[in-house]
Write a protein that binds this ligand. Sequence first.
Ligand SMILES: *Cc1c(COP(=O)(O)O)cnc(C)c1O
Length: 431
Amino acid sequence: MKFYSLNNKAADVSFKDAVLRGIAPDRGLYFPREIKPLPASFFENIEELSDHEIAFEAIEQFASDSIPEIKLKEIITSVLDFPFPVVELEKNVATLELFHGPTLAFKDVGARFMAQSLGYFSEGENSEVTVLVATSGDTGGAVANGFLGVKGVNVVILYPSGKVSDIQERQLTTLGQNITALEVNGNFDDCQNMVKTAFLDSELKFEIQLTSANSINVARWLPQMFYFLFSYKKLKSKKRPIVFSVPSGNFGNICAGMVAQKLGMSVAHFIAATNVNDTVPRFMRTQEYTPVTSKATISNAMDVGDPSNFIRIRNLYKNNFTELRNNLSSYSFTDEQTKRAILEIYNSSSYIADPHGAVGYLGLKEYQKDNPDTFGVFLETAHPVKFLDVVEETLKLNLPIPSQIQNVLEKKKVSVNIDTYDELKSYLLGK
Ligand SMILES: *Cc1c(COP(=O)(O)O)cnc(C)c1O
């Protein structure tokens, strides 16, 4: 499949080049030239397919020009080695749990797929690829874990000193090998700005092959459609219109669900649930896209003021607002509402939701007020233990610590302190 730049000023590229570049030379996001629906028989017989078979059929048209079938199947098998349970909580309300991977967040799926793809692309190459990523929390851990030990790939993660949780910091700084954590004296925006500057630095680009590992990268974005299809397989027998409510920040996850819909999966509606960073809910009301600086919330992985993937969503619906509105509703919720939802879900279903999942639940309930005949699935994007303080304080109980977290708590933190872009550049150039 060829990928084109949404800024329309760069040449089409293969899947491989889109992955290696991350972003197009004209600064546009890459987007597939075409999304061919899967045959109707695929959805008619989906119950008979394994998750690995479903994933292969879904991604094949996008990646097969760059990864041979046997390798693509191998990648899928190693990426998807944990479950994606659907848990029914109330009548017509279920949650799709995406937190059973190694870092307990849905980003494990895309990060691992991208890592394995890059590893394959660098086999037999002399030069190494450097993945540069800024994190405010979850991305760094998933990327570090997914890329650990992948040959030919070095990973450099920038994180703001003192501004990520203890567990998140350990997930970044205790792995070693090809993973380096740079501890930036500053905030997340400073980290993000340094990464952006590096991507525009022609001297640096001449010396090393740099790519990004956020959801801008097609190899991180597209595999996120897999678990929408897995849950569809389980819920098809409900014979009700299925709606997905996705707690959203950069809107990559929900956009991948919409690609599954374009492949032919029957979805009645999508709900993008946000915290008070409500750029998209405002757009859906006013048709005016006005990004603002992000505000800090308890669902901090969604503290995004200018969601990078929203342009892909608009493009999926041909930049036609009516078509978009028929498929997408978007609501925003405060921290107070989120905490009340955590409590409500626990009291009514004995289920412990994390703040992001709780925002998804709220979005679903809002939509179902007017659409009670739908079957709703909200995505649980992280394990509640990753947001221990908020969850324990809201529910007045102690959560057991899963083994994935126990392991990192016992390891030693190693990081390199930096203050300025020049220090980052010297580090990357090995000076
Ligand atoms: C990254 C993240 C999100 C937001 O996902 P997007 O694809 O950026 O919309 C939601 N919840 C959690 C726990 C995350 O880590």
